[in-house]
Design a protein around this ligand. Structure first.
Ligand SMILES: Cc1cc2nc3c(=O)[nH]c(=O)nc-3n(C[C@H](O)[C@H](O)[C@H](O)COP(=O)(O)OP(=O)(O)OC[C@H]3O[C@@H](n4cnc5c(N)ncnc54)[C@H](O)[C@@H]3O)c2cc1C
Length: 502
């Protein structure tokens, strides 16, 4: 239960905040976090947004960063810049690791530095991550599509696979596994990703290589469900499948991925048969798991968690017994609301209005009601599907609608202009402006995961630099690196790569 209803107390916390105004802490800078913070612009409150990235990410266009159409900056503007005109808001970098509902504090960490923020009201919008359905080890070889890091890694892997294929083909090797691209998950993200890889191979890159024929690349879209785009209904699903097949995408439905390794994956069909697909590049676009902060909140309130780790909230988006705590967006399980941007945006605006209304002594709002503005997915250039109310649209009209909606929601005038320019280059021409990929983009995630505490292992602790501790840390890292080399050399990881083969 909430223990301290005093909302006017002097809030002094380790973030150095000593204001006497009502303190709102917002966790996350995604659709919920950003729109919630903006909606509090005119309220008599101080807002502290704590997020683990310094940008606001427009996730629906991640696939265009991964396939070289847009730059990461166009879909991920700095939150600090977006909020620079909002005087009552400040932005703090940090991964929230604890929320103490009794003490009303939020604790966050970045590179070993801890910050504790006191709140009078809290909006939690920490979103969801990728789910590998209990097979987290798949992630080493099949990155998800949730962050800028993921998109840049995939960009590197996709363009890198063509490069390695060219290299192998020049030497006379079989490079089929390098020219096979698998996307797991036939929801909107999987469909968009498969369509774009096919366009890349069949159109954009067709004149750029000499030893390989990129048009022969195999693009496979796999899903355990019996249809493509299940939320769009059977008719649009079938239409999308046919368009994908026309583009050259192989669609494998009713196929469950049972194993993933460096060189490919295994799928099992409903009749029990199994098939191995040899593919170096895999994209995981299936399944989501709510932020672990849902569990933190559930443990303290007894609120239920569903299978995707989403927390059950009251109809007004508050936590049972804690009317000052709102949870919004992908983290919540309420009335079967879908995990889409509008649920997060509308929920966050509702929470902000409630906080403002309470301070003004207004009566509580009616229960949160989601207004469904429709859904859409692109298949290729000039081709999309969309549902708006009872309306079902396909083809060019749906694609134009997709274009307009995405332009409206991309944050920042500058980003809208450059995105339109890049779309011209890619959709009217055959170019892609953002094909740059680096080794660090491809291997950085895996390398960091092999450190015990990730990037924190690479910087000194706060305060004085301790030379002896630094030496022993370095020795520890070197020993770890030597072990990694041993594992790789002895082929104890992934699939054995024979000498001289790429
Ligand atoms: C590839 C892809 C395509 C999509 N396409 C569409 C689409 O076309 N249309 C649509 O409506 N929806 C789409 N979605 C879904 C939509 O993006 C989400 O529903 C929406 O982003 C949810 O908003 P949110 O605020 O709940 O979470 P998010 O937008 O994910 O934001 C979560 C925020 O919390 C931060 N965070 C997470 N954990 C912590 C922590 N411990 N401490 C501090 N900060 C933390 C994150 O860094 C991020 O800033 C797509 C999603 C993906 C991944």
């Amino acid at each position: 239960m909430s223990t301290n209803p005093d909302t006017s107390k002097n809030s002094r916390d380790t973030a150095g905040n000593a204001s006497t105004r009502h303190q709102v802490v917002v966790i996350g800078s995604g659709f919920g976090g950003l729109f919630g913070t903006k909606a509090l612009k005119r309220a008599d409150v101080d807002v502290t947004m704590v997020a683990k990235t310094t940008h606001h990410l427009f996730q629906p266009l991640l696939y265009q960063v991964a396939t070289g159409i847009l730059s990461e900056g166009e879909i991920a503007p700095p939150t600090r810049e977006v909020l620079s005109g909002q005087k009552n808001a400040r932005v703090l970098l940090g991964e929230v690791t604890a929320i103490d509902l009794a003490k009303r504090t939020v604790t966050s960490h970045v590179l070993g530095r801890e910050t504790v923020n006191h709140y009078d009201s809290l909006i939690v919008g920490a979103g969801a991550g990728q789910s590998y359905f209990g097979n987290d080890h798949f992630s080493e070889f099949a990155p998800g599509m949730k962050s800028i890091d993921d998109a840049l890694e995939l960009r590197g892997r996709i363009f890198g696979a063509f490069e390695m294929a060219e290299l192998g083909a020049t030497r006379g090797d079989n490079v089929d596994h390098l020219l096979t691209f698998v996307v797991v998950g036939a929801g909107p993200t999987g469909v968009e990703m498969a369509g774009q890889i096919a366009e890349l191979a069949h159109r954009t890159l067709k004149r750029d290589f000499h030893a390989i024929e990129t048009r022969e690349a195999r693009v496979v879209l796999i899903d355990a469900a019996p249809q493509v785009l299940p939320p769009f209904g059977q008719k649009l699903g079938q239409w999308t499948k046919e368009r994908l097949e026309k583009l050259g995408v192989e669609v494998m439905l009713g196929a469950m991925v049972t194993d993933v390794d460096e060189r490919g994956l295994t799928v099992k069909f409903k009749n029990g048969s199994e098939e191995r697909v040899n593919a170096v590049t895999k994209v995981w676009a299936a399944g989501v798991q709510a932020s672990p902060l849902s569990k933190t909140l559930a443990d303290q309130t007894g609120a239920p968690l569903d299978r995707a780790g989403r927390i059950g909230v009251n109809p007004d988006l508050t936590l049972p017994g804690y009317p000052e705590v709102f949870v919004v967006g992908d983290m919540i399980a309420l009335d079967h609301l879908p995990g889409v941007a509008q649920v997060a945006i509308q929920g966050a605006k509702y929470a902000a209005k409630e906080i403002d209304g309470r301070l003004k002594g207004k009566p509580a709002q009616e229960a949160f009601k989601y207004f469904d503005k429709g859904s859409m997915a692109t298949i290729s250039r000039f081709n999309a599907v969309a549902t708006v109310g009872k309306l079902r649209l396909t083809g060019f009209i749906a694609w134009l609608m997709w274009l307009a909606v995405h332009l409206v929601y991309i944050t920042g005038f500058k980003n809208r202009i450059t995105a339109v320019m890049h779309w011209f280059v890619s959709f009217l021409g055959r170019g892609r402006s953002e094909r740059t990929a680096t080794e660090q983009q491809i291997f950085g995630r895996i390398a960091l995961a092999r450190l015990r505490r990730g990037a924190t292992d690479l910087v000194s602790a706060p305060g004085e630099l301790d030379a002896a501790a630094e030496r022993s840390r370095r020795e520890e890292l070197e020993a770890q690196a030597a072990e990694e080399v041993r594992l790789t050399d002895s082929s104890e990881r992934g699939v054995k790569v024979s000498a001289g083969k790429v």
